[in-house]
Design a protein. Structure first.
Length: 381
């Protein structure tokens, strides 16, 4: 653990071993203790060779710069906050974190959601397809996923309007089964070329960091529409993400094997090093803790997800976001959606506030929150 001259940084969830990135309307920010460092003004004041990466209030330029620059910037910021000789120059760029009006910190390119938890997939299979095998024959052979809508990815705190859609034959209206999905998201930095593949060993060369994700779901709309092509309107209305992007480098001590590591896999899905993560998530509704899903229980790793996403030659772009799908562990207290926790009988009401938080040991991933708003007026034909 690296100590800081900044009071309250050492020992906090946002110490120098973390240093997640965010943004407000004016600046790129780094969280440290209970404060934020305005990287846009600080890099300029200290004459950083990377100051141009933060000239605009977005992480886009940093993401595109690649892993060597990511490491250099992280080292520079760590030095500013650990070496007391920088204190006088850095302090004017620090302000209270609760005063920052955080925004979506990067431009989202494509969005892909996976289905990488065996326990979650099994639970939903039993609920939605009683009398049939809980898992489809392909599930243990590839990371199942679908393409979502990047335009409806929103930052934590954005209200979520209850979606409307077809609920069955001749029935249209607001969803009665609005659900949450506790997930981890991965932000792509370095793009790949069309018609090339990203191997599992190249994962850290392309993915910049991690965020928390709530992929809100309208289960009744989804159940009626998803055969045979999968999720569509039941998923595409809103996906909330946390405002802080935790660099992969901060999670090096949290790496762990995943369930698929004991299986015989297609060569492109085999890992030379583990890319599962020992991260504990927490789901709260209106202040009540409902569950604590453990990400270490996932069957597919994010490196395998990225390898599968690109194995057909599909390219990834700077700002692409892919998420794990609902995280659920073996115990009911570890399930990451209401459909599992309440056996398809209880869902979100208007006015409910959902908060997902996460941590890797003493390192905090922050939180993603959202309040359910009533459905808008029905569209007129």
């Amino acid at each position: 653990m690296t100590d800081s001259w900044f009071p309250g940084a050492t020992g906090s969830g946002f110490g120098l071993d973390n240093l997640p990135y965010g943004a407000d309307d004016n600046s790129v920010l780094v969280a440290v203790g209970d404060a934020v460092l305005d990287l846009t003004t600080c890099a300029r004041a200290l004459g950083s060779p990377y100051a141009d990466l933060f000239a605009a209030p977005t992480l886009d330029r940093l993401l595109a710069a690649g892993p060597d620059v990511w490491a250099a910037v992280r080292g520079e910021v760590t030095g500013w906050l650990s070496d007391p000789s920088h204190r006088a120059a850095v302090e004017p760029s620090l302000r209270a974190r609760d005063e920052a009006a955080l925004r979506l910190p990067f431009t989202v390119g494509d969005y892909v959601d996976f289905y990488a938890s065996e326990q979650h997939a099994t639970n939903l299979g039993r609920i939605l397809r009683p009398g049939e095998p809980a898992l489809r024959p392909n599930w243990h052979h590839l990371p199942v996923g679908y393409h979502g809508r990047s335009g409806t990815v929103v930052v934590s705190g954005t209200p979520v309007v209850r979606p409307q859609g077809q609920l069955g034959p001749g029935e249209f209206g607001p969803t009665r089964r609005l659900d949450v999905e506790v997930e981890l998201g991965f932000v792509v930095g370095t793009p790949s070329a069309l018609a090339t593949r990203v191997s599992t060993s190249d994962f850290a060369g392309h993915v910049f960091g991690v965020c928390l994700v709530n992929d809100w779901s309208a289960r009744d709309i989804q159940a009626w529409e998803y055969q045979p092509l999968g999720p569509f309107l039941g998923k595409s209305f809103a996906t909330s993400v946390s405002p802080w992007i935790v660099p992969l480098a901060a999670l090096s001590a949290a790496r762990a094997p995943v369930g698929s590591s004991s299986r015989e896999l297609a060569p492109y899905l085999r890992e030379t090093e583990p890319w599962g993560l020992d991260v504990t998530l927490e789901l709260r509704r209106n202040g009540e803790v409902l569950s604590r899903p453990p990400y270490r229980e996932m069957f597919w790793s994010p490196a395998q997800m990225l390898a599968h996403l690109t194995v057909n030659g599909a390219s990834v772009r700077t700002g692409d976001l892919f998420a794990s799908g609902t995280v659920s562990g073996p115990d009911r207290s570890q399930w990451g959606s209401l459909i599992e926790l309440y056996d398809n009988t209880e869902f979100l009401a208007d006015g409910d506030e959902v908060v997902i938080s996460g941590s890797a040991g003493a390192l905090s991933l922050g939180e993603v929150r959202g309040v359910v708003m009533p459905a808008a007026a029905a569209p007129r034909g």
